[in-house]
Design a protein around this ligand. Structure first.
Ligand code: ATP
Length: 899
């Protein structure tokens, strides 16, 4: 029945009555009951692909089409063994792809859950953070700039509030929302008193009444809009898939040519020749590659999520591994964001405050350490302003005090309580009438609170230089007004900041006319400066190691903060981010031209008093210098810089929805060390992709060349086509797959970042393919001719050659795992359990085909004596020695990047 109510035309009061609620919100019990009745605030799920469809899609791939074509032809020729082996290859690939894709989808779902939005709600008169799914009509919610509106709401209060409604109206410019009722017939875009689910708050602050949730919201009615299913792919994977298709075309052409050549210039049996060509095609096509690469990605995404880095867009997994500069916020990312007021400076006194966390207990002393018995009127006024110009609340959670809201504001509340103020009582005695919310562009927050009827007081807190600018006088210790001593305050600000503390100023305006409203014009030159507060925010201990890891990996770190330059430098030095005092402020950045900025940006690592627009400029300047930039952000205004950066990283805890949506990566714990963990994981994924390719292509190349050489030279094939098919069947699903799960190599963070545009198929990879393929042919032909010359029957010689080929693949796998360090150490050889498991499966399969009678009949194999097994092992070891020696020589002389 509430569906048809024109909420936008009702007054806030009427809307509250209709939903049987009040400004103090619903009672928790009431909210739970309503949720049970109407269900969660969530949009209906979009249709998923059915299981059958997902399975069939595994075969929708040119590589597989070729194999299916080959199977059909062999079936026509009644080569049933070949047909069934080819079909088995296709099927096994399909099943593995299907199972792994299912796993990957589940991992992505879990990630989506981790990103589920929350809402700040008032229930039982108290603020609480709840999952957006738990909202019900009648809830009162608080919206800040950067929030995505979680349900359709009737605005009860709106300060400077703007919303971007493009998702509903197509209008990309934000519109003002005043909270006023509009005519019943007003269109969606003209309803100033409403904000709709899914739209984005871009500015200001509002309090709203939830009037519709889930499918009942405006967005819920537009079905099918949200059907965005993310594909498990990245540019790199797409290029590789393209490359594989291209390779298939080349292979088919070569096969055709060979068939022609064989038919015209040699007198081989045409049907045998044809089978050899089918074997060649199957051998050369890297049919398992796309599936294995997708799995490598999925494994990486999951590993990152386990380390609290949530990948929102898959290509980021590649870019994050290549970053050469990380631009990071300070508060909460490098520091713990557990604030405590440590020092207060008034016009004539410095006071120190002791304590632990947000507990409202702690000794207050003067500068000499003597306890302060009676707070001065000025100090009381300061605590008063700190408690009222405040949106946070403190809660006792077991034995610990926690903050709901901004930790800095929580610290101010704790400080006011340490001075004996009952902050809850104060807030209800002085009801708030208006607010200018904090914004990192103007760097202060102002509130207007009712005092005696018709007059109000305004309290301001903010960055000290900004607040000083707005003041005309200061408060003496006895609470009298006296002339402003700007020079004194500037010295004190520097003094506090040099201890690495965040500095905040508090000011007030007496006798403000309540009906005048509140804007900057009402503050300018009319405020009285009360004093300064110094807040401690200790650095995160794990950050120091993460920074040093970055430095040894050739990654620069830039701290970009809204804080004071001195505070920023003190903290940057403390955590080893810089060893000098160089700092550029937002004002410096505004002065510098692009060329000057490019020159200064290289050796300056601290940027202070910046606003979000500066972040964008810094990203662009760094990118101009060829850097791959990761940039962190939390506010709505950070979105452009996050989008522009090569890897935009948003804070999961304190970040706004707007920032999260603009970012590619979200940090669940807001921690800088997590960014570094993501970089390591990103490098690992890239390395593993490279390893998969470096292992697969020479393997296919070696197998294909074996057939080509034999055909061209008119020799009997050392390995029959059906044996090649068998090898593909056994190794592609085992050995190749193992590389997707490779852990991070020890040297990963010792090499410089790879260049932004480095192609995957580098010259060194090309060389590796040629080199290893040649070793494969040498090994196979070598052992084959040895066997023939020793008088082995051809079947036994072929069995020996086939086993040699497999063992060489195994040794090649053991080699490929270690790109940066020797593959010969015990640690390297111990490998991962997955590697050994796949080797075991492969060897068992080989033992079966070599010694089991039924398989011997099908694949024309013969048992091998122990001495031959030893020989095969020696050949494998020789291949290993050759590639390892080549790597060492390359590492020494050519490719110093890996050192
Ligand atoms: P960082 O980039 O290191 O995370 P920040 O983003 O927290 O820093 P801003 O939020 O832009 O930096 O804050 C800049 C300055 O504005 C702070 O040093 C402080 O003086 C002031 N400030 C921050 N939050 C508030 C607030 N809620 N109310 C009033 N002033 C604030």
């Amino acid at each position: 029945m509430t569906d048809t109510i024109p909420w936008h035309s009702l007054s806030p009061q009427d809307a509250l009555v209709k939903l049987s609620t009040s400004e103090h919100g619903l009672a928790q019990l009431q909210a739970t009951r309503r949720r049970d009745e109407i269900g969660p605030n969530k949009l209906p799920q979009t249709q998923r692909r059915s299981l059958a469809m997902r399975f069939l899609q595994q075969f929708n791939n040119v590589l597989i089409y070729v194999l299916l074509g080959a199977a059909t032809i062999t079936a026509f020729m009644q080569h049933w063994v070949d047909t069934s082996v080819i079909l088995a290859v296709v099927l096994i690939n399909g099943v593995i792809g299907f199972l792994q894709e299912g796993k990957a989808e589940r991992a992505m779902d879990a990630i989506r859950l981790m990103l589920a939005p929350s809402a700040l709600v008032i229930r039982d008169g108290k603020r609480a953070k709840v999952s957006a799914e738990d909202l019900v009509p009648g809830d009162i919610i608080i919206i800040e700039a950067g929030d995505r509106i979680p349900a359709d709401i009737r605005l009860l209060q709106a300060s400077n509030f703007q919303v971007q409604e493009a998702i509903l109206t197509g209008e990309s410019l934000p519109v003002d929302k005043t909270g006023h009722a509009s005519a019943p017939g007003a269109t969606l875009g003209d309803r100033a008193g409403m904000a709709y689910s899914g739209t984005l708050a871009t500015k200001g602050h509002a309090i709203g009444l939830v009037v519709a949730t889930g499918a009942k919201t405006e967005i819920g009615r537009i079905s099918g809009m949200l059907a965005d299913v993310e594909q498990l792919t990245t540019p790199l994977i797409r290029h590789t898939a393209q490359f594989a298709r291209w390779l298939t075309a080349v292979i088919l052409s070569i096969s055709g040519l060979i068939l022609l050549y064989g038919a015209i210039f040699t007198n081989q049996d045409l049907s045998e020749l044809f089978m050899a060509v089918v074997g060649l095609s199957v051998a050369a096509i890297p049919e398992g590659l796309p599936a294995v690469l997708t799995i490598t990605l999925a494994v990486g995404v999951k590993a990152m999520a386990n380390r609290n880095a949530i990948i929102r867009r898959l290509p980021a997994i590649e870019t994050i591994g290549s970053v050469s500069t990380i631009c990071t916020d300070k508060t909460g990312t490098l520091t713990r964001n557990e604030m405590m007021v440590a020092r207060v400076v008034t016009a004539h006194k410095v006071i120190r405050i002791a304590g632990r966390g947000y507990a409202p207990e702690g000794e207050i002393t003067d500068e000499a350490g003597a306890p302060l018995t009676q707070p001065s009127p000025c100090l009381k006024e300061l605590a008063h302003a700190a408690a009222l110009c405040n949106d946070a609340s403190l809660h006792l959670d077991g034995n610990d005090w926690t903050v709901l809201g901004d930790p800095m504001e929580g610290a101010l509340l704790a400080f006011a309580q340490k001075l004996g103020l009952d902050t809850d009582a104060l807030q209800s005695q002085w009801p708030r009438e208006a607010i200018i919310p904090f914004d990192s562009a103007h760097r202060y927050m102002a509130v207007q609170n009712a005092y005696i009827p018709a007059t109000s007081q305004v309290f301001v807190k903010g960055a000290p230089e900004r607040v000083l600018d707005l003041c005309a006088a200061q408060l003496s210790d006895t609470g009298e007004e006296e002339p402003l001593n700007t020079a004194y305050w500037l010295t004190e600000i520097e003094q506090i900041a040099s201890h690495g503390e965040r500095v905040l100023a508090l000011a007030l305006k007496r006798n403000h006319q309540a009906d005048e409203g509140l804007s900057e014009a009402h503050l300018d030159g009319q405020l009285i400066f009360i004093g300064l507060v110094g807040l401690m925010d200790p650095p995160r201990s794990e950050v120091i190691k993460a920074i040093s890891d970055c430095h040894s990996a050739g990654i620069q770190i830039k701290m970009i903060t809204g804080d004071h330059a001195k505070t920023a430098v003190a903290i940057a030095r403390n955590i080893g981010l810089t060893n000098n005092d160089k700092v550029l402020t937002g004002a410096d950045l505004d002065r510098l031209g692009d060329e000057d900025l490019r020159q200064r940006i290289q050796d300056c690592h601290v940027f202070a008093r910046t606003s979000p627009e500066h972040k964008l400029r810094l990203v662009m300047a760094l990118q101009d210098q060829g850097m791959s930039v990761a940039m962190t952000g939390d506010g709505v205004n950070d979105a452009p810089a996050l989008k522009r950066a090569d890897a935009g990283i948003a804070m999961g805890q304190k970040g706004s929805e707007a920032a999260k949506e603009a970012a590619e990566v979200v940090l669940a714990d807001d921690n800088f060390a997590t960014i570094v963990a993501a970089v390591i994981q990103g490098r690992t994924v890239y390395d593993n992709i490279k390893k998969v390719i470096s292992w697969t292509l020479p393997t296919n190349g070696g197998e294909a060349l074996t057939i080509i050489v034999a055909l061209l030279l008119g020799l009997a094939l050392p390995v029959t086509p059906v044996q090649i098919l068998w090898i593909n069947l056994i190794t592609a699903a085992t050995l190749g797959l193992a590389l997707a799960f490779e852990p991070t190599e020890p040297g990963t963070m010792k090499k410089s970042p790879r260049p932004r545009d480095e192609p995957l198929l580098t010259r060194s990879l090309g060389w590796h393919i040629v080199f290893v393929s040649s070793l494969f042919i040498t090994g196979v032909f070598g052992v084959y001719s040895y066997a023939l010359s020793s008088g082995y029957p051809i079947e036994q010689a072929r069995t020996l050659a086939m086993n040699t080929l497999v063992i060489m693949e195994v040794f090649h796998l053991l080699f490929i795992r270690n790109q940066y360090t020797s593959a010969l150490s015990w640690a390297a050889l111990k490998a991962t359990p997955i590697v050994w498991a796949t080797i075991l499966v492969t060897l068992t399969a080989q033992a079966l085909i070599t010694y089991a009678a039924p398989l011997q009949t099908i694949f024309e194999t013969r048992a091998l004596p122990i001495s031959d097994l030893v020989l095969i092992l020696l050949i494998g070891m020789t291949l290993f020695a050759c590639v390892e020696a080549e790597k060492r020589i390359r590492l020494w002389f050519v490719d110093r990047r890996y050192k």
